[in-house]
Design a protein around this ligand. Structure first.
Ligand code: THU
Length: 155
């Protein structure tokens, strides 16, 4: 018997350690929380992605009275980008979340389904997506969604 230990590399940064472009992307994710539709969970998630041409697209969680019909912010943004600009790579994705107390202090971490979708976008475009997880007390920067989904399922 042997143990296999899988590690995940995360950089934790303070706001002023981020570049202007990184701050802009994260601010867009924060802003996107204000147009989320989350009347059931009251948990407002925003995602902002940067395309290869430098433009930013946003997404946010869209809930439904029939709960499973809803969609997370990350997938809303990624599916919108891939449906409108399938030939432009997604270079970075920032995520922020807010509840009744305001923005989360520790970074929001994407659900398993979103990680699976992020990974397939990376595989499809053959380039990593930099991930930024916003928390008021620090931002996690991760080089690729590969880091977030070890033992991933692929065909
Ligand atoms: N949610 C996201 O939008 N992204 C995540 O990574 C985790 C969860 C949404 C789904 C649902 O609308 C609400 O947050 C509470 O789960």
């Amino acid at each position: 018997m042997e143990h296999i230990t899988i590690s995940c590399d995360i950089e934790r940064l303070q706001w002023d350690e981020l570049s202007k472009e990184e701050q802009q992307l994260i601010d867009s994710a924060k802003e996107a929380t204000y147009s989320a539709y989350a009347p059931y969970s009251h948990f407002f998630v925003g995602a902002a992605l940067r395309l290869q041409d430098g433009s930013i697209m946003i997404g946010n969680n869209q809930e439904n009275a029939s709960y499973p019909c809803g969609l997370c912010a990350e997938r809303t943004a990624l599916f919108a980008a891939n449906s409108q600009y399938p030939h432009l790579q997604v270079t970075a994705l920032a995520i922020a979340a807010r509840n009744a107390e305001g923005f989360l202090k520790t970074p929001i971490t994407p659900c398993g389904s979103c990680r699976q979708v992020m990974l397939e976008v990376e595989h499809r475009q053959k380039a990593h997506i930099k991930i930024y997880l916003y928390g008021e007390n620090g931002v996690y920067r991760i080089a690729s969604s590969e880091e977030l989904l070890p033992l991933q399922f692929t065909l």
